[in-house]
Design a protein around this ligand. Structure first.
Ligand SMILES: [Zn+2]
Length: 151
């Protein structure tokens, strides 16, 4: 359920891992502790698992806008920290797109100023097209600047 939130955290530049499908709570907690991560959950029982308390944050909201506001308020999370610097799928930092990666960028976009980035893990290319502009506006809204996104 929070996978969508993880994707937006990556869009903002944060290292946001997700658990494997069917991974049990104990394994999630062990991973959070081992990797010094904060486990975001809606499960109020999860922090009671041994070792979990300092590595869990229970989100009370019911949708993405709620969670974005909670993370901004409770963690002082900056939704505009390093936008579009991480692969939305792989959670890997993007690098400058080389020739092979640039071939996946539409001609019209390739003629633009860039930046053109690529994921070293999956090869996905990223460029500042309309979709990215919409995402940046949404990140601005998450950051508390609602005027940044048109209705
Ligand atoms: Zn990737």
């Amino acid at each position: 359920m929070l996978a969508g939130l993880a994707r937006w955290l990556r869009a903002a530049g944060y290292d946001a891992a997700t658990g494997a499908a069917g991974q049990n709570d104990r394994a999630l907690v062990e991973r959070a502790v081992a990797e010094d991560r904060l486990l975001l959950t809606r499960d109020h029982a999860l922090p009671r698992i041994k070792g979990a308390f300092d590595h869990t944050l229970v989100l009370d909201g019911t949708d993405l806008d709620d969670w974005a506001a909670e993370l901004r308020g409770r963690l002082r999370l900056d939704w505009r920290a390093a936008p579009m610097t991480r692969c939305l799928v792989c959670n890997v930092e993007l690098t400058d797109a080389d020739g092979a990666a640039r071939a996946h960028i539409p001609d019209g976009a390739r003629a633009g100023p860039g930046p053109f980035r690529a994921c070293p893990a999956c090869g996905r290319a990223y460029w500042p097209g309309g979709h990215v502009q919409r995402m940046l506006k949404r990140l601005a809204r998450f950051a508390g600047h609602p005027e940044a996104e048109e209705p």
